[in-house]
Design a protein around this ligand. Structure first.
Ligand SMILES: Cc1ncc(COP(=O)(O)O)c(C=O)c1O
Length: 447
């Protein structure tokens, strides 16, 4: 063991996995836990614990490790950059990986017309990027309000949590929250009061927006419509493909900016680079994080045209934003996504999983819906007649899968949805294995 790490553990501890397990209580319970595994290493779709057990990781670190754990090209880029300079602060220095990323990522802006440009602003986490997007929209429009969608998750910083309504735990007890934030229902076909048809759910949402503008706030006071193209934490809900175009039309009518929060749905997760690209709607601002640097803390916004110049120098920023090592990881991540055809793999494996899970669901009345796009898949558990959410069954499914060494997460307001988020590198054999385990797990919980 190298001497710099000696304070972390003794040589005896290293040989004794139990010593690591004993240390877990020091981590505060605010990190609500899915497992008590202590990890030794990860590779591709797999993690290995300090006790030598291997698990198929279809949590992907909550949708982050899209290129798989410790992809050799990403790891090499990180090591190489760390050996040159780690922190070349953005206000003080330019660094090569950052300069390259500021050229390369704007070209990924969804639906950019030929000759149109976009610009990149980098920060560290999804919530921080959401804050940047909302601040930029306010700076650009000089309007005070933001409209977001009920069930949305946009982060836990004080501003972002005012936008978040996927669960009361994220905002209850923290009043007063940021003002000027309004919510309307997300088009959630399964839980739409006017029927299960996606188009009916969309009509319900659009009517709620019109009603908001008629009863509560003038649209010309609204800076931004903030939307997840596919609802993430709120339940992996896929809306009608007309949703984003309808928001685009509404936004244009009232001079509002359309902000797509692609923190969870972006970076190839759905089989397109951004989920917005499944429609022809062009947002004004795109928010990114999670998959952007394969696990290094990096996030950002892409802003269309000259929007980014609405920020006066110094109006936004941060000590660590656009860190050199994180940018090197981001460049390697883009290389891997492109060179290994990961968008196509996400679409193909996603289709296999979706079809396979739908077939499995047929024998299980409490599976209310299997839905998703690419490798962003949700299994909603509910009572067949009443559609009452069944978080107990979702939890049971997670536990049964865990016992069979498959890691899954839940989501949804009532934790009633099991989400399946494999890395984009997942293979045919791994998908087969996951389907077999999920089939056995559904049988075991008697859903
Ligand atoms: C859509 C969306 N926006 C924002 C966030 C916040 O990101 P972070 O946890 O990195 O702050 C998340 C996190 O899950 C998310 O899913």
């Amino acid at each position: 063991m190298d001497q710099h790490a000696a304070h972390l553990l003794s040589a005896a501890d290293d040989a004794d996995a139990g010593a690591w397990l004993d240390r877990r209580d020091a981590v505060p319970a605010v990190w609500a836990r899915y497992t008590d595994l202590v990890v030794e290493r990860g590779f591709g779709s797999w993690i290995e614990t300090v006790t030598g057990e291997r698990y198929l990781d279809y949590t992907c670190g909550i949708g982050v490790t899209n290129t798989g754990h410790a992809h050799p090209r990403v790891a090499a880029a990180i090591a190489e950059q760390a050996g040159r300079i780690i922190h070349a602060q953005q206000n003080i220095l330019y660094h090569k990986p950052g300069l390259l990323l500021h050229q390369r990522l704007p070209a990924r802006f969804p639906g950019l017309a030929p000759g149109e440009r976009a610009a990149l602003f980098l920060s560290n986490s999804g919530a921080e990027a959401v804050e940047a997007a909302v601040k930029l929209a306010k700076a650009a429009t000089r309007r005070p309000a933001v409209v977001a969608f009920r069930g949305g998750f946009h982060g836990r910083t004080h501003g972002a949590m005012a936008l978040t309504t996927s669960g009361v735990k994220y905002r209850g007890h923290f009043e007063p929250l940021l003002g000027g934030v309004h919510h309307v229902p997300y088009p959630y076909p399964l839980r739409n009061p006017t029927g299960r048809d996606p188009e009916a759910a969309l009509d319900f949402t659009m009517a709620a927006l019109e009603e908001l503008f008629a009863t509560t706030i003038y649209p010309d006071d609204v800076a931004a419509l903030l939307v997840e193209p596919i609802l993430g934490e709120g339940g992996y809900v896929v809306p009608s493909d007309r949703f984003l175009p309808a928001l685009r039309e509404l936004a244009d009518r009232h001079g509002i900016l359309l902000v797509a929060d692609e923190v969870q749905s972006g970076y190839g997760r759905t089989g397109r680079f951004f989920a917005t690209e499944w429609t022809d709607a062009v947002p004004d601002i795109v928010v990114m994080a999670k998959g952007i640097a394969s696990g290094m803390p990096l996030s950002g916004i892409l802003a269309r045209g000259d929007l980014i110049d609405s920020f006066a120098p110094g109006a936004h920023g941060g000590t660590y934003g656009g860190n050199a090592v994180a940018c090197a990881a981001a460049l390697a991540t883009l290389d891997v996504i492109e060179d290994e055809g990961l968008l196509a793999n996400a679409e193909r494996q996603g289709r296999r999983l979706l079809d396979g899970l739908r077939a499995l669901a047929e024998g299980h009345g409490c599976v209310a819906e299997v839905r998703g796009r690419g490798l962003m898949i949700g299994i909603e558990l509910a009572d067949p007649g009443t559609l009452a959410p069944r978080p107990d069954l979702a939890k049971g499914l997670l536990h049964e899968a865990f016992d069979r060494k498959l890691l899954l997460l839940s989501c949804g307001t009532w934790s009633q949805v099991v989400r399946v988020i494999p890395p984009l590198v997942t293979t045919d054999d791994e998908v087969e294995l996951a389907l077999r385990v999920m089939g056995e797990s559904l049988d075991a919980i008697g859903a």
